[in-house]
Structures are given as C-alpha cells and as structure tokens.
Design a protein around this ligand. Structure first.
Ligand SMILES: N[C@@H](CCC(=O)N[C@@H](CS)C(=O)NCC(=O)O)C(=O)O
Length: 230
C-alpha cells in the first residue's frame, strides 16, 4: 500500500521544502519523506527532476511536482475538506478576491526581492563577486527590511497575515522570515517588528511546525525502511 504514497524529496532546513511540508501536514497528506543532502543528491531525484532542487513531490502516478508553491496548492486543493484542526485548531483560512491577490503579491515579493536580499545578508561572502558586490551584509538587511515592514503592517492587529486564522500565505512566507531572523536573532528580537516576532514565534512554537521540523537521516535507495509521514 505504501507504494502508492506520494514521495517528497526534501531538505530539513530548506525554506521552500519547509513550506511544502507545512502544507502537506495541514492537509493531512500521508507521504514518504526522502531527506536529501544537497551536496549528495540521490540519482533518483535527478532522474525525476533534473533541475536538482528540493522540494520535489512524486505522485503515485509518477507525476512530478517540482515547485514548492505547486506542492502546497496540490496538497491544499486536493485535501481541502480534510484540512484541520489537529495542528491548527481550525481549517486554513481560504482567501479570495483582494486578499488572495495581496497574498500572491506577498509570496512573489518574498520569493523574489526578499529572498535575493536575504541570501546576500546571510551569506555575504558567497555573493562577493556578483553585480552588487559593493553592498554590505547590513545594506542587504536594510533592503530586506522593506518586506518586513510590509508584513508588519499587514499583521497589525491580527495574529496571522489575513486575520486570526492561518492561511497558505502564512505557511508560504514563515520559513523565509525564520531564516532571516536566525541570521541575527538578537537584532530581530529587538527590532521594531513586534507583530512579526509574535507571528513567527507563534508558528514556530506550534505542533504543526514541530512536526515538520523533525530530523531524519538522509534517504538511501538501498535502505528498505521508509519514513512515512502521517
Ligand atoms: N523555486 C524552487 C526553489 C527551490 C530551491 O531553490 N531549493 C534549494 C534549497 S533551499 C535547492 O534545492 N538548491 C539546490 C542546491 O543547493 O543544490 C521551489 O520553489 O521549490
């Protein structure tokens, strides 16, 4: 029976993979997890998805979903009626109209300008030779703060981005804000972004997040024991 489960190639700390695992967990999708070392990717992952990034979800009919947002939408649309409760106390808020438009804009901004600045804030040496080599890590932090301000405004006065219920936008964005916060936790904690701090802490301390951030050994094709996430 397990042969018919979706398979997720994932990496524990990858924010794209975390957003996919959050959605799969919220949608109560049962799947096989294959934890990947990015420096030693399994051949089967590259066969399914030659672009070589995670997350990648393989459906039982061998359809390959190789973008984190598509994995989220697949999970949440397919299992909308089952969503709950066990982790979030209530179903995910479903967004429409202007809210949906704004959520999609925030996700696009996150995956574009914010991620670009975040990478350079976090790994200044890695990007020393790129076209913006004159900018320092702190300048990139300032750049990234534009997005944080937007999130802070949007959160005010709610617990989550679109009210008092989690939505897919919270799940999609949280792993990236978490990554930003972890570069300099003290700075983030003392920053003016109080609502954002509360939001991040609330999600990070939830059973939902605790479930998706559990550590597993890297998957090996020769190992018969599979990790089934329920
Ligand atoms: N657009 C992709 C981006 C995924 C991505 O860039 N993942 C990184 C890990 S966080 C990766 O796999 N990088 C390949 C590597 O480092 O070799 C998505 O949304 O799934």
């Amino acid at each position: 029976m397990n042969d018919r489960l979706p398979i997720l190639y994932s990496f524990i700390r990858c924010p794209y993979a975390i957003r996919a695992r959050l959605a799969l967990c919220c949608a109560k999708t049962v799947y096989e997890l294959r934890e990947v070392r990015l420096k030693d990717k399994p051949v089967s992952l590259l066969e399914y998805s030659p672009k070589g990034t995670v997350p990648v979800l393989i459906l039982p009919d061998r359809t390959v979903i190789e973008q984190s947002l598509d994995i989220m939408f697949w999970a949440l649309e397919k299992n909308n009626t089952k969503q709950n409760s066990q982790y979030t106390n209530q179903p995910l808020l479903s967004l429409s109209g202007k809210d949906k438009e704004y959520a999609d804009y925030l996700i696009k901004e996150n995956d574009g300008n914010f991620k670009y600045a975040l990478d350079r804030y976090k790994y200044p040496n890695r990007y020393a030779n790129d076209e913006n080599q004159n900018s320092t890590s702190l300048e990139w932090r300032n750049e990234a703060e534009k997005f944080l301000k937007e999130l802070e405004n949007q959160l005010n006065p709610h617990a989550y981005l679109f009210g008092d219920q989690l939505s897919y936008a919270d799940l999609a964005l949280m792993p990236f804000v978490r990554q930003f916060a972890k570069v300099d936790p003290e700075w983030f904690c003392n920053s003016p972004y109080k609502q954002l701090n509360n939001w991040l802490n609330k999600i990070e301390q939830s059973d939902l997040f605790e479930t998706v951030i559990r550590k597993y050994e890297p998957w090996k094709p020769e190992c018969f024991e599979r990790i089934i996430i329920k």
